[in-house]
Design a protein around this ligand. Structure first.
Ligand code: GLN
Length: 484
């Protein structure tokens, strides 16, 4: 049999059901690959022994009720997992073992999956390159010197390198879609409120969403279906029906209207990105969709708005790490000194930068000028989308302004690092669902993704459009496992 770890999630689910292979064989295959791939540095914690025993138990019991029966899955280390270390990529949580399970991971396990391990990520999900992790940077399987994107970089690399059949990440400003684009994989940020945030280490609560990262669109629909749903434990969770995304998935998109926002044609955008965008337009035209030029006039303020709102919320969320309640504690001669030493030692530079910016924009005298202004602009950005969606069913843009860049290239230049998120942050600020689907390569043979942004709770339409693009782009990964 060919290598199971190269199969899609759907093929693995149906193979286990048809008894083409056992859950144990599947699990062994991913573990074997993972052990050969240490160089990519994707795992913070592996649960390989526990996964094998879960697989054996599954094979004995043979319970096929769930959508993911018998499937091992590794997840971003931002999801709290009961009795399994959860670090958020930070020194301050390097020894934190939650006594509870996040709702989204719990949904995976209720559907018959089990945990393969916890994947590396930027510290507290702050970053676009996975270089801010306390556990070291992750390597992109497309090249030894390349970042995988961030903050869900460990998830994206593990998926692209066949170390997990699918995975979940979180997306506050692009952390699912940007690494998906950099690694030739599919990543979807659901509508705000679609998936529960309960038990996910908080970064910016009004923007954070969990979502699926998969090898293709069909897998993405299946995984989204498994993790979505109302959760009374999250006050921002919305009680609305979860669609059967996977069975309703269709590439029939004839007559759908697709908006092309002129503001996303940014200065200095490489030709290749522009060409990819044109190709995407052609693919959708070929599928019978109608293309319309639209305007989202406040797009130019989205990045600045995001980098005020996100740090403001982060500075408040991260106040809880004081050495008393969670994780690392440093010594000090009195309480204040203990707090100061704990936070100085426990947080990395990028996290400290965000706390400083966030505290500044929330402080008296600056609150109105920065935070309140940003909230108002956020509303304008959202109303641009509301207006556009009177005329179109979805919006097509590139996912990122470049392909994967080199490790170290932007590390000391936060502004150029933040510019990476230019196409992804508007969907978070507006709470809208958005997906990145691999659609081509640049001249260096690095993958590029296209983004589809949908109406609130209309994940199905962007999944269907992505399938139409996927069928036409015929994207195939083009690297060998050079690291093993
Ligand atoms: N790169 C963005 C940031 O650093 C987005 C991160 C995310 O989506 N978690 O804030």
């Amino acid at each position: 049999m060919s290598n199971i770890s190269e199969f899609t999630l759907c093929k693995i689910v149906s193979g286990i059901k048809k008894k083409d292979f056992t859950s144990e064989e599947v699990t062994e295959s991913f573990i074997k690959n993972s052990k050969k791939s240490k160089k990519l540095n994707v795992y913070i914690t592996n649960c390989f022994d526990e996964a094998i025993s879960s697989a054996k138990k599954f094979d004995k019991r043979g319970d096929f009720k769930g959508l993911l029966s018998g499937v091992p899955i590794a997840v971003k280390d931002l999801f709290c997992t009961k009795n399994v270390k959860t670090t958020a990529g930070s020194k301050i949580l390097h020894n934190f073992i939650p006594t509870y399970e996040s709702t989204v991971t719990n949904n995976l396990w209720s559907h018959g999956a089990f945990l393969l391990g916890k994947l590396n990520c930027d510290e507290f999900a702050m970053g676009s390159s996975n270089e801010t992790s306390f556990f070291g940077n992750v390597i992109n399987p497309y090249g030894e010197k390349l970042v995988p994107g961030g903050s869900s970089g460990g998830s994206a690399s593990a998926l692209a390198a066949d170390l997990t059949p699918a995975t979940i990440g979180t997306d506050t400003g692009g952390s699912i879609r940007q690494p998906a684009s950099f690694t030739g994989t599919v990543g979807l940020k659901p509508t705000y409120g679609r998936c529960s945030r309960w038990g996910i280490v908080a970064f910016a609560s009004s923007l954070d969403q969990a979502g699926p990262m998969t090898k293709n669109v069909q897998d993405c629909a299946l995984l989204l279906e498994a993790i979505s749903g109302y959760d009374p434990k999250d006050s921002t969770s919305i009680d609305t029906k979860v669609e059967n995304y996977s069975s309703q998935l269709t590439e029939k998109v004839k007559g759908l209207k697709i908006g092309i926002p002129k503001e996303y044609r940014v200065d200095n955008m490489p030709n290749e990105i522009d060409n990819l965008w044109r190709k995407g337009i052609d693919y959708l035209k070929d599928a019978g969709a109608i293309i319309k030029n639209i305007s989202l006039p406040h797009t130019m303020y989205a990045l600045a708005t995001y980098y005020i709102v996100a740090p403001a919320e982060a500075s408040s969320n991260l106040a809880r790490y004081d050495g008393v309640k969670y994780g690392h504690r440093a010594k000090g001669n009195n309480l204040t000194e203990m707090y100061e030493n704990t936070r100085s030692e426990g947080f990395g530079d990028e996290v400290k930068r965000r706390i400083l910016i966030g505290t500044y924009v929330l402080s008296s005298g600056y609150y109105d000028a920065y935070y309140l202004k940003a909230q108002k602009v956020r509303q304008l950005i959202k109303s641009d989308f509301n207006k556009a969606f009177n005329d179109v069913d979805a919006i097509l843009t590139p996912s990122t302004p470049t392909s994967a860049f080199k490790i170290g290239d932007k590390k000391d230049d936060p502004i150029s690092m933040y510019l990476n998120d230019i196409f992804t942050v508007p969907a978070n600020l507006s709470g809208l669902p958005a997906i990145s689907v691999p659609a081509g390569y640049d001249k260096n043979n690095l993958p590029l993704g296209l983004q589809l942004i949908g109406k609130a709770f209309d994940e199905q339409t962007i999944l269907n459009l992505s399938l139409a693009i996927e069928k036409r782009a015929n994207f195939k990964k083009n690297f060998k496992a050079w690291w093993s």
